[in-house]
Every structure is written in C-alpha cells, then in structure tokens.
Design a binder for this molecule. Structure first.
Ligand code: PBG
Length: 325
C-alpha cells in the first residue's frame, strides 16, 4: 500500500468544490419530516418554552403553516394532537372529529401534495398520560391494540397518507395492518417506531404535547437504552407484521443502532432527531457556546452517515432554508 509522501489525503480537501466532489454523505430536504403540534381550543400559535421556534398550532392557522412548509420543499409533516378532553381510554384519539382528524382534513385541503404522517399513540389523549389502557397500575397490551388500530383507521379515513405507531405495544403493527386492509386501505403505508427507547431526551416533547405520564414511567413498554440485539428483534417483528418503513428513536445517542439496523434489513429507515436533541443545540447556540447551524448540519449529516434514509427533525424548516442559501 502506498503511503506518505505519495499519498496525501489533504489533496482532495483543498477547496469546497473538491471536497464536495468526494463527499460520501448527502443531506437533502427530500429526506426531512417536520413534526407539528396541533392544539384544540387555542386561538393563537403558542411557542413551546423548551423548544424555541416550535409552536402549538390552532387548527385555523394550519393551512398557512402547511403552505410555508411545502414552499420550503419539505415533503412531509408528522402530526401530534393536544385534545381539549382526556379520559382513561383516550377517546379523542380515535374520534372522527378529534383534533388530529380535523387537522388532516385541513392540511390535505390546503396542501394536497404535502404528505401527512400521523403519530399513533394514546399518551396525548389519556388522563394518566400512558400510551395504552391501564388496569392494576400497568399498561394492558392486547386491550390497547384495539384502540390503537381504531386510531390509525380514523386517521387514514380522514386522509392521512401514512400512519406511524409510536406506542411500543407488542403486535400493534399487525393490528393496524389488519384493520386498514379490512377497511379498504391496503395502500396506506405504516412507518413503525420499531426501536423506540425509554429516553430522557423526550423531556421537551412532553411539555409540547402535554403527554407526561402521571405515574411511573414508560420502561415497561419502551426499550432499555442499553440494548441493541433487542432492537433487531423489534425490527424483525415489525417487518413480519407489515411495516413499510422502520424507525430508530432517538437518533444522536443511538447512531450505532441506526447503523446496525441499516445493515440488518432493506426497508427504508427513519431516525427521529427528538425534542431533547433539538433543545440542547438551541440552548447552547443561544448561549453562544456552539454555532447552531454548523452543529445542526453536523448532527443531521451524522445521522445520514449512520444509515438513516429519512430524518424526522424539528430543524427541518431551518435546514431547508440553509440548504438553499
Ligand atoms: C408518543 C411520542 C413521544 C415522542 C414521539 N411520540 C413521547 C414519548 O414516547 O414519551 C417523542 C418525540 C420527541 O421527543 O421529539 N408516545
């Protein structure tokens, strides 16, 4: 093997044109999904205190925001709802006039080509804040499946393009696939939050979505951050049950999981750059401790390099603009 001085790796780093010629990983706006929080009964957009620039949107403002997102070239949004009423079984999650169901109809009317993906999970709709039904202090798996399937069906009936179950109940992808097929929606794809870890990085999201568990935590259904072989089992089960796209979440502390999953299967792979990852960069950037734009691009490029095809990120509009600059 040749070595220095015949080999000089600095030769191809001399200027930006050369560097871009040999660049191995590309970040493009087509790969981004932007999460949106929609709040029932809100009059004006309300900024989430721990997530600068991220709003809870009233239904009436959605059309204009969707047009802005579409103009930036962002292909898809991921919807989360904040209902007026919560109860033990999350009834508003699968109500035809629920906040997300209304939001889907408005978005599809305003920007028909913008893909609408919906988060399928009960935690924003249950009074106890857990992702399924509770009996004897624990989340009941099989009973929750029926409600989650109803929720996914109601989203697709309202016009959602894809559904994304994030609850981490066993068997939910299969339950959703079955109910969609039975109702004539065999073309509606499922993006499964397959390897979703019980993470401290969801902190700001729980403020944004009003979904903090009122007792206990999510460790009996979300994954232990220490495990990676188990992530591959989750992925395999979701594929067997009919997932069209699989996901690893969070992203930054789980890049090894993204790489393993990418090497393990051939499905499109999404990574969720979650709320805490966003807030940390925003906070440090605002303090002048890091360069927000540079660090954001570095993190998202790292997630792509790890193997993600799709990145769900609160930075999507910023990145879309930076990619144009
Ligand atoms: C719902 C859900 C959560 C996130 C996405 N879907 C919160 C949770 O599981 O506690 C987190 C997203 C983020 O932190 O940006 N279950």
């Amino acid at each position: 093997m040749s070595t220095f001085p015949t080999v000089r790796l600095r030769r191809t780093r001399q200027n930006e044109t050369l560097r871009s010629l040999v660049r191995e990983t590309h970040l493009a706006v087509e790969q981004l999904v932007y999460p949106l929080f929609i709040a029932e009964g809100l009059n004006e957009p309300r900024e989430v205190p721990s997530m600068p620039g991220i709003m809870q949107w009233p239904l009436e403002h959605l059309g204009r925001e969707a047009e802005r997102i579409a103009r930036l070239g962002i292909p898809a949004v991921l919807l989360f709802g904040l209902p007026n009423e919560k109860d033990e079984v999350g009834s508003q999650a699968y109500a035809s006039q629920g906040v997300v169901q209304q939001a889907i109809r408005r978005l599809k009317a305003a920007t028909p080509d913008l893909l609408v993906i919906t988060d399928v999970c009960l935690c924003e709709y249950t009074s106890h804040g857990h992702c399924g039904v509770i009996h004897n202090g624990d989340v009941q798996n099989d009973e929750s499946l029926k409600l989650l399937a109803q929720m996914a069906l109601s989203h697709v009936e309202a016009g959602a393009d894809l559904v994304a179950p994030s609850d981490m109940m066993d068997g939910r992808v299969g339950a959703i696939r079955r109910i969609l097929d039975e109702h004539g929606f065999s073309q509606a794809p499922i993006m499964a939050y397959s390897a979703k870890y019980a993470s401290g990085f969801y902190g700001p999201f729980r403020e944004a979505a009003g979904s903090a568990p009122q007792f206990g935590d999510r460790r009996s259904y979300q994954m232990d951050p220490a495990n990676i072989r188990e992530a591959l089992r989750e992925i395999d089960l979701d594929i067997a049950e009919g997932a069209d796209i699989v996901m690893v979440k969070p992203a930054m502390a789980y890049m090894d999981v993204i790489r393993r999953v990418r090497d393990h299967c051939d499905l499109p792979l999404a990574a969720y750059n979650v709320s805490g990852e966003f807030s940390m960069i925003k906070a440090a950037g605002r303090n002048g401790w890091i360069d927000e734009r540079r660090v954001t691009m570095e993190v998202l490029t790292g997630i792509r390099r790890a193997g993600a095809d799709i990145i769900i990120t609160y930075f999507a509009p910023d990145v879309a603009q930076w990619l144009k600059d």
